[in-house]
Design a protein around this ligand. Structure first.
Ligand SMILES: *Cc1c(COP(=O)(O)O)cnc(C)c1O
Length: 430
């Protein structure tokens, strides 16, 4: 099944990209646990290496199990192609790599996953790249931050640690006017809740580690290309528009058109950066995606129930969940993520840092882990863990201040989750 845009999401999450195995008829996608693929003859090998023919050479670049996952994620996001890689952080580097060069910058939202803030504010400096962090609710500040060296604008649809929804239409209009691509991390929302390409995103990145796989088994990432950006409209993106010396002067955009970014991601990105997803991980993620819509419906339903209950608890200062009427971002749900604001939010405790630590240590059903988007409910005290490398000002800007606990609501019975939260809150405020 390759080209059936008329199918609904629930059908596509099971069928997109997969077909019965041509050799055996196996109905489920086999795990092609192989490093290499036999060439028909020397001419076939030469055509593959010259990118004149699409096929399998070596599993650092392409693998049939991973290819099914790539097609499935691209279809669910409404993109033309996708490249899977070893983690969400790998996907971010792989997305920026063809766009950036020493001296270039990315304009990024302050409301990002803590690891991304660290990757962008520290690690990318080693490549000579930099990030300018801006409040994405201040559209004039976003405009002002984009300069001649800006090569991308980056934000999350529903921002981790929850409670914030980006006005993707307004941000993509600004990126478009400046002639730079908008990259949206859609990890917290998933394509079931939000389809950033429909709001003008050029590229969508994922940590498939989270909801797409869904049960905390493997790490992975994906970059989806909308196929809509004109890489040749300016001389800003020579990796895609100018002759590529490593392929005898081939121009990716001229040769591959809307698939230029995807082909570059495989032929240059995976080939030379080697951040490859392995076929076992692709298998687990394919299994997860088959039930994505069902899980997301329950994650949202439970999150609304639990967040509403938490708001009424005397030990709770406030809850930031965009699915609650009290949220300043509630009005963006209908436009950006009409099926719900996800399963991730934060709760601030009146008792501050100490109460948060006591609360997290007292939970029994919830696990205190550095993960989210699992079938099981998870919590983390961001300030002492994922956002620990950040200054307190950065923590607060990211919605992860010392008085805040992040909650990733699973798909258990909501009553059981509330009972566990209740006993832990009572201990924390005793
Ligand atoms: C987890 C996460 C990442 C990083 O993904 P890894 O798979 O852990 O590398 C990036 N963005 C968001 C929003 C995340 O939640």
């Amino acid at each position: 099944m390759t080209d059936a845009p008329s199918y609904g999401f629930d059908t596509l999450q099971i069928h997109a990209g997969s077909r019965p195995d041509p050799a055996t008829g196996a109905r489920q996608t086999p795990i092609y646990q192989t490093t290499a693929y036999v060439f028909r003859d020397a001419d076939h090998a030469a055509a593959l290496f010259n990118l004149q023919e699409v096929g399998y050479i070596y599993s650092r670049l392409t693998n049939p199990t991973v290819a099914v996952l790539q097609e499935r994620i691209a279809t669910l996001e409404g993109g033309v192609g996708a490249v899977c890689c070893s983690s969400g952080h790998a996907a971010q580097i792989m997305a920026l790599f063809p766009l950036m060069a020493p001296g270039r910058n990315v304009v990024a939202s302050t409301r990002l996953y803590g690891g991304t803030v660290t990757q962008f504010s520290q690690t990318i400096k080693r490549f000579g790249w930099s990030a300018k962090f801006v409040d994405f609710d201040d559209l004039d500040a976003v405009k002002a931050a984009i300069d001649d060296d800006t090569r991308a604008v980056f934000c999350e649809s529903i921002a981790n640690p929850g409670g914030y929804i980006t006005d993707l239409d307004a941000i993509s209009a600004i990126a478009d006017a400046a002639g730079v691509p908008l990259i949206v991390d859609n990890t917290s929302a998933t394509p079931y809740l939000c389809r950033p390409i429909e709001h003008g995103a050029t590229l969508v990145v994922h940590s498939t580690t989270k909801y797409l796989t869904g049960n905390g088994t493997v790490t992975g990432g994906a970059i989806v290309d909308s196929g809509k950006f004109d890489w040749s409209a300016s001389d800003k993106f020579p990796s895609l528009s100018a002759p590529e010396p490593a392929y005898h002067g081939l121009k990716f955009h001229e040769t591959f058109g809307p698939l230029a970014f995807t082909f570059h991601g495989i032929a240059i990105g995976l080939r030379d950066l080697g951040m490859t997803m392995n076929p076992q991980a692709a298998h687990y993620t394919l299994m997860g995606i088959e039930t994505l819509s069902l899980r997301m419906q329950r994650h949202v339903e439970n999150a609304v129930t639990v967040a509403s209950w938490l708001e009424t608890h005397p030990a709770v200062d406030y809850v930031t969940y965009a699915g609650l009427p009290s949220s300043p971002y509630n009005h963006r749900v209908a436009a950006i993520c009409p099926k719900g604001a996800g399963g991730l939010f934060t709760v601030a405790l009146k008792g501050g840092y100490d109460a948060c630590v006591k609360f997290v240590d007292s939970l029994e059903l919830f696990s205190h882990v550095a993960n989210l988007g699992d079938t099981r409910s998870l919590v983390i005290h961001s300030a002492s863990t994922t956002h620990r490398q950040l200054s307190e000002a950065q923590q607060v800007a990211a919605g992860a201040g010392p008085n805040v606990v992040r909650i990733s609501i699973g798909i258990e019975n909501a009553d059981d989750l509330i009972a566990d939260l209740n006993q832990a809150l009572n201990k924390a405020s005793a």
